[in-house]
Design a protein around this ligand. Structure first.
Ligand SMILES: C[S@@+](CC[C@H](N)C(=O)[O-])C[C@H]1O[C@@H](n2cnc3c(N)ncnc32)[C@H](O)[C@@H]1O
Length: 256
């Protein structure tokens, strides 16, 4: 995984998604996710797969919460830490990034009010997702929240050219919505709220494609034409897969 995200490809993604983000929706999704959070003073939050750190900064700035962002990619963590050095002290003292694998990292029991998974649980193979979520359950305070944005399958993968190839390339495995929900129930999460929002993703990916086209010369200073083209093709495919329902964009919210 650490090799998958080389620095230039992260910077290229940021031109598409916005500074600090490596997933569709950039800051708009930060707002959607944090709207699900039960607000109170002094929140302690874990962001799993924090990437270049945009979400952690957003949470610290807008909710005055303390945030630990963990990521398995050295390049992601290095970039996030560099940015930490240039944000306001008030925010910087609330945020910490650490190079850690969610499958092995240790945190004290019942230390977090909320754990966010933004396009990150999909990187854990299906056979290991339950183990990871059980670890997370230990870290959550009683009543603490699980809040995620993830991709799910809708059983149409075999019909969609290139989709399985994409999953294999990224080394990701998607569950369908029902299995995902069942998994959350299995580890003991309660009152599971599910929202599929493909319309939002169709709109955002269209915007991101258009803004990438505008920023093409900027992107080509970072990456070669083939990388830019591959990223564009991926966007077009992602829209196609979302449109036919092979790939669903889903929010899951639950509590311990
Ligand atoms: C698609 S990126 C999303 C990054 C960020 N959450 C965002 O939305 O901009 C997924 C992130 O999960 C991280 N990741 C994957 N497997 C991980 C693991 N086992 N432990 C910690 N982070 C992991 C990747 O390195 C990557 O930064």
């Amino acid at each position: 995984m650490s090799d998958y995200y080389d620095l230039k490809s992260i910077l290229c993604r940021e031109v598409f998604y916005g500074k600090g983000y490596c997933s569709t929706g950039g800051e708009e999704v930060s707002k959607i996710l944090t709207d699900y959070l039960q607000k109170k003073d002094g929140l302690s939050v874990l962001d799993v797969g924090s990437g270049p750190g945009g979400f952690a900064f957003y949470v610290a700035q807008n909710l005055k919460a303390s945030v630990i962002g963990i990521d398995i990619s050295e390049n992601m963590v290095r970039l996030a830490q560099e940015r930490l050095a240039s944000v306001d002290t008030g925010i910087a003292e609330k945020v910490k990034f650490q190079l850690s694998n969610v499958e092995t990292v240790e945190f004290p029991a019942e230390g977090f009010d909320a754990v966010f998974w933004r396009s990150s649980l999909l990187h854990i193979p299906i056979s290991r997702k339950e183990g990871v979520l059980k670890r997370m359950m230990k870290w959550l305070k009683p009543g603490g929240q699980f809040i995620s944005m993830d991709h799910c399958l809708d059983g149409k993968v075999d019909d969609v050219e290139g989709f399985q190839k994409y999953l294999d390339l990224l080394g990701v495995e998607y569950l369908n919505v029902e299995s995902y929900k069942k998994l959350l129930e299995t580890v003991g999460l309660k009152e599971i709220f599910v929202k599929e929002d493909n319309a939002f993703y169709m709109r955002k990916t269209a915007e991101e494609l258009a803004s990438a086209e505008k920023a093409k010369s900027e992107i080509l200073k970072l990456v070669p034409q083939e990388t830019y083209q591959a990223q564009q093709d991926y966007w077009v495919d992602k829209r196609k897969w979302t449109e036919v329902g092979a790939m669903n964009h889903v929010y899951f919210v639950a509590h311990k």
